[in-house]
Structures are given as C-alpha cells and as structure tokens.
Write a protein that binds this ligand. Sequence first.
Ligand code: ADP
Ligand code: MG
Length: 358
Amino acid sequence: ALDVELRKVFKVFNGETAVRGVDLNIHQGEFFSILGPSGCGKTTTLRLIAGFESPSAGEVLIQNQSMTHVPPYRRPVNTVFQSYALFNHLTVWENVAFGLRIKRLPKAAVADRVKGALKLVKMESYANRFPTQLSGGQQQRVALARALVNRPAVLLLDEPLGALDLKLRKEMQVELSNLHQDLGLTFVMVTHDQEEALSLSDRISVMHEGKIEQIGTPSEIYERPQTAFVADFIGDTNLFRGRVIASEGSDLQVLTDNKMKIFVQKQESTPVFQSQDSVVVSVRPEKIKLSFESPCVKSNCFAGQLKNVMYMGTHVHCLVELDSGDRMTVMQANNFATLPDVNQPVYVYWNTHDCLAL
Ligand code: ADP
Ligand code: MG
C-alpha cells in the first residue's frame, strides 16, 4: 500500500524553483531516504509532505487522500527536526506530553502514551530532567518520542542525526533502524550523508537541483547509478568523460577526452549509445587493481606514476597519475608487507564489467 505520494510537485520561492516536478511513491512501512547535497530541495520536499509548505503545482497524497487542503496538524505525520526544537523551560515529560495536551486527551491517556513513547527511546528515567541537562543524543531521543507519541502513520525526519558527533551518530543510526523495525511505521528521512542513507534505507531517492535523479535500493544506487551525478555523489568514483567510438557486440568502446581507450561491458542497465555519443565512464576505486609490473591484460590497463599512498587500516588508498594526465583513486585491500614507495611507475587495470557507461 502507498503511504505517501507526490505527483509532479513543484515549489517556487520568489521566482526560484526549489522543487521541480518531483514524483514519489513511498510504501507503507518503508524506510525511505531523500539524499542529496545541501540546497537541492530535500527539506522543502519533506515540508511539502508535512504540510508546512503547499505545492506551487502538483499534488501530495497521504494514504490515498489528497492533502491539498489539510493543515499540518491534521495530517497523519510528525516531523523530527535536526535542531530537536525542544522547549527548554519544560521537562522531558512535559515536552513529550505537549502535543497531546493541546489535543485535550484525557490525563490518564496522556500519561500512558508519554510513558510508552519514552520507553521506546529508552528515556523513561529522564522524564523529570530539562533538555539542557541532556546530551545531544538524549535530546534527539526526546524529539523522537515527542513525534512518536502522536502515533503518526508516517514519521518525517529532517537530518535527524546531523547535530551529533560521528560515534554517537553511528549509535543512533542503529537505534533508528531498530525503532523502525519495532514500530513498522513509514519513515521518510532527509540526509546529505550517503553512508547513512545506504545503511538505513529500504529505498533512496537521490535529489539534485530540485529533481529526483534516481530512486532505488541502496545496492541499485551504488552498483548501478544511472547518471554521472549519482555515481559521483554516492561513494567515491573515478569519472572519465569521452565519446563512444564503437558500440557493436558486448562491449562499448570509449575514447576519453585524454585519449584513453576504455572498454565497457554492456549490462542490462547500460543506456543505448550510438557512435560519437558523449559518455561518462565510472570506475569505483575498489574495482581497480594495481601492479608494479606490466600485467597480462588486453584492455583497460594504463601506465602511470604512484603519487600518494594513504594507510587506512584494512585498506590502502592510492593516488595514481596516469600518462594520459588523468588522476585515479585506487582502493586496495591492505596486502602489502610494507607500503609501496611513491613516485614509482605503476599500472592500473580493471575488468570491462567493473566499469559503467553513463
Ligand atoms: P536542502 O534541504 O536540500 O538543503 P532546501 O529544501 O532547504 O534544501 O532548499 C532548496 C532551495 O530552496 C534553496 O535554494 C533554498 O535557498 C530555497 N528555499 C528553501 N526554503 C525557502 C524559503 N522559505 N524561502 C525562499 N527560499 C527558500
Ligand atoms: Mg535541509
């Protein structure tokens, strides 16, 4: 069943278009992320679902009901903001109870639900504290409880972990994931953190300049990006711009702007190219092999100089400057007895099925 539906939604602010024709179908119980760089329209999209903004064109539906004339407080959704937006003069308990009191729920019901919500986020023992007496992670848990106490069908989260330091952020990611599993609610999360989106989501929509570039599962987005923007934004990649010089058979032949000849094995998701079409080839750093002697491979092997080696524990991160002038990032499993010296000749090579044409 569909929980949230956006149909050709636009939002214009003072002549500037923040959201340009967004279509979304978010399913019931899904953990759905909206991922993209700062300013691409993520928050505006979430606010359109919440009802804090109304679309300049297009339609927003929640549980198959048009939301056009429904104010935020009547929508079956609640939002958790990055800033928490807690009331500092109220205790944790009062913060969580606030919305229910406004709805004039009976006292006993309020008490029941506040207790339940605080239990969900493991904050029962902090009920009498004030927000300023809590850590960032605890404040975020209270903000979650305050949204969940209303029993929304859809929980909207705008960069919910953005204010937390890295270690706490990782811990809260696990808690968010557990909470989603326990509650079975639809989560719609906005983030600019690709790792966070990849690790938490059932599906991700990648946004760029107000538009959706691609929607898919984390592995689809990572393994089969459909545009150069998505390939570049999700994880590290090496991009080569060039033209298609031959398209017959199972391989596409590409001549890059710097005269490298790259063979790309066609896959189901590879677009149809004609000779002379411009193309971008994407090669992930972990798919590239490194050799200090000329390897016995026929294609996609290029000579260069090792320019930088960074020890990363389980992996070694290498920067290679090719004879073509291109620079490549190469990620190697750390099988080196000692780290290789820089400024020595090196070869990089990769399989034709380990690169993509976009
Ligand atoms: P993101 O959350 O992806 O960083 P936003 O949705 O906040 O992006 O903003 C998208 C664009 O819309 C930005 O250029 C921003 O300046 C503009 N914008 C957002 N809200 C408003 C507003 N209330 N008034 C004018 N411009 C806005
Ligand atoms: Mg934002």
